[in-house]
Design a protein around this ligand. Structure first.
Ligand SMILES: C[S@@+](CC[C@H](N)C(=O)[O-])C[C@H]1O[C@@H](n2cnc3c(N)ncnc32)[C@H](O)[C@@H]1O
Length: 283
């Protein structure tokens, strides 16, 4: 296997490399995949908070894809989608902490070395996917704070996790002060029960999916609601999921309404719904 192939498929490299002095973070496996982050891209294109962040930018809006990995695919795809749906003039920079993974400019996207300090850029949008997954949970708060502190006024961070081919994904939306929401999404038919998404929860939540914690209560309620809609299976998983969300709303769960046709099973809740009572992730 060639070295480049090893990086794309995520086989650990033999010699751990040290990031450059100015970049905050650690070099981790560079696993990525074509179109892996499509669900997040689609959501960002339609999310009102992301749209505001780009539309209300003073000057040309800037989006950063932090930790794009061993190939530039997801950054270029993000740029294409956001420019098409949101901001044709969008400037996009891919930042990667591994200097060996810097690529020549392509499709109007630049690739540079950088870490959680965001290389001193002041972006309107930061997307960091499958980056914190390889860190310890104790490092999440600091990483979030560093990215939040660099945001342009009104800017947002989207920090999340997906599986290898992007059929399941979850992410947290944050503004400069606090986490705003959690979104969980999967391809219809991918999961037998909604709670199976737990294995791809963001680092801030993955260890909290235990009895007594809010995220566990939410996923347990989602499983029960899903089971009670089994009779609607012949109408397909999207219709069944819509009914499942209605049951959850009727039970008092503050599921955010999506004002667009959705081709995935998707659930967004305000962060307060899943935040642990002991959590200290709000500024
Ligand atoms: C698993 S890959 C994810 C690639 C891509 N975002 C995706 O989801 O397909 C994680 C990448 O993040 C990089 N990384 C880790 N910590 C980072 C940091 N603090 N700043 C920038 N890049 C970082 C790693 O070197 C690695 O290439």
């Amino acid at each position: 296997m060639r070295a480049a192939d090893a990086r794309v498929t995520g086989v650990p490299e033999e010699v751990p490399r040290i990031p450059p002095d100015h970049a905050v973070g650690s070099i981790t496996r560079g696993t990525t995949g074509v179109n892996r982050l499509r669900k997040c891209d689609r959501w960002m294109c339609h999310n009102s908070r992301v749209r505001e962040a780009l539309h209300h930018a003073s000057g040309r809006p800037l989006a950063i894809d932090l930790g794009y990995g061993a190939a530039p695919w997801t950054t270029v795809e993000m740029a294409t989608r956001l420019r098409h749906h949101l901001a044709p003039e969008l400037e996009v920079v891919g930042l990667e902490i591994d200097p060996d993974r810097i690529f020549p400019d392509q499709n109007g996207v630049r690739f540079e070395v950088g870490g959680f300090e965001l290389s001193d850029y002041r972006p309107n949008l930061v997307r960091a996917f499958n980056v914190l997954r390889q860190y310890s949970v104790t490092e999440v708060e600091n990483a979030w704070r560093m990215m939040q502190a660099q945001l342009a006024p009104g800017g947002v961070v989207v920090e999340g996790t997906s599986n290898e081919v992007g059929r399941r994904a979850t992410w947290v939306l944050l503004d400069e002060h606090r986490p705003l929401s959690l979104t969980m999404v999967w391809t219809p038919g991918e999961l037998e029960n909604p709670s199976e998404i737990a294995e791809r929860l963001p680092k801030a939540l993955i260890h909290r999916n235990v009895p007594g914690e809010p995220i566990h209560k939410l996923l347990t309620a989602a499983d029960a609601a899903w089971a009670s809609t089994a009779g609607y299976s012949p109408f397909g998983p999207i219709d069944r999921w819509r009914r499942t969300l209605q049951i959850l709303r009727d039970e008092g769960w503050p599921i955010v309404r999506q004002h667009r046709k959705i081709r995935d099973c998707l659930m967004t809740v305000p962060w307060e719904t899943v935040a642990s009572p002991t959590e200290n992730l709000h500024n």
